[in-house]
Ligand binder design. Structure first.
Ligand code: GUN
Length: 284
């Protein structure tokens, strides 16, 4: 069996057409959705991610500002900037690109963003709302994975979803979203005993571990849906996921490639959340 490839780039492009239409509708009533991105220091990967986020805003006709702060900015200085953006009516979404320098309290920074502008969905208020199935900003990568499955016509209800990785940004929330959609969810992580026993049970396997080519054909059940969240470089410096695509794609039913799988959906859902925030601001 050869897996069907889930084309994230194509699905993202389709979603972006819908989002661009919503941007135009909001502009017609005098609201231009606006995103503020704060970049602290000079992390190379962060700079690339931030550039891509701004480019996506431009393409959709949205307003975006980039605030660059030096590596040695004080916690107070960063919090003051966030407070200013919380009050700014032209800004509907605030995103502090992670990681930030270690001496700054990341939790404090995340909690200082108004939950109404937390388009990353990292604020505990939004996480709590997500857990209890209320209206919330959903974290972009997990949300993007749900949309990929939906657009591919893969139902989650009653399926056994196995998540490998338990980060606050991907692993934990994607399991919660799957549960909200009536899946049976197993979380695996670095201290899980007999990982393969669990992953072989998965109807849908989510790999979010951050280790290049970690998931092999032996880890999966024939015909499983395999979602690869990894962005790694292999020994040759080539971009690759957490899944050994070459061998796993011979056994899976569906698989997301890297690149052009989950990646394009993350920014798309950030744009979606920013437009949602702008629309909700008109109702307040
Ligand atoms: N760093 C890596 N991924 C993300 C993300 O989704 N949001 C933010 N703010 N920082 C990140």
């Amino acid at each position: 069996m050869t897996a069907e490839i889930i084309n994230g780039k194509e699905i993202a492009a389709k979603k972006r057409v819908e989002i661009a239409k919503q941007v135009q509708e909001l502009k017609e009533i005098g609201v231009t959705p606006g995103l503020a991105v704060i970049l602290v220091g000079n992390n190379h990967a962060s700079r690339t991610y931030v550039r891509n986020k701004q480019k996506a805003c431009e393409e959709l006709g949205m307003h975006s500002i980039l605030i660059e702060m030096p590596e040695d900015v004080s916690e107070q200085g960063l919090l003051a900037k966030i407070d200013e953006l919380n009050q700014d009516p032209q800004i509907h979404g605030i995103l502090v690109q992670l990681p930030i320098p270690k001496y700054i309290d990341e939790k404090k920074v995340i909690e200082s963003i108004s939950p109404a502008k937390d388009v990353d969905g990292f604020h505990p208020i939004n996480i709590g709302r997500m857990m209890t199935g209320q209206n919330a900003f959903l974290p972009c990568t997990p949300y993007g994975i749900m949309v990929l499955l939906e657009e591919t016509g893969i139902s989650v209800s009653g399926k056994h979803v196995v998540v490998v990785g338990r980060s606050n940004i991907v692993g934990k929330p994607v399991g919660q979203l799957m549960l909200n959609q009536h899946a049976t969810v197993t979380y695996c992580h670095s201290r899980t005993k007999d990982l393969m026993f669990h992953t072989r049970q998965a109807d849908i396997l989510i790999a979010a571990v951050g280790i290049a080519n970690f998931i092999k054909a032996d880890h999966i059940k024939e015909g499983a849906v395999v979602i690869d969240v990894g962005i790694n470089r292999n020994e040759a410096g080539k971009l690759c996921g957490d899944v050994d695509f070459e061998e796993v794609s011979q056994k899976a039913g569906y698989i997301t490639p890297v690149p052009k799988g989950v990646g394009p959906m993350t920014i798309t859902m950030l744009m979606y959340n920013t437009v949602k925030s702008a629309a909700e601001s008109t109702a307040r």
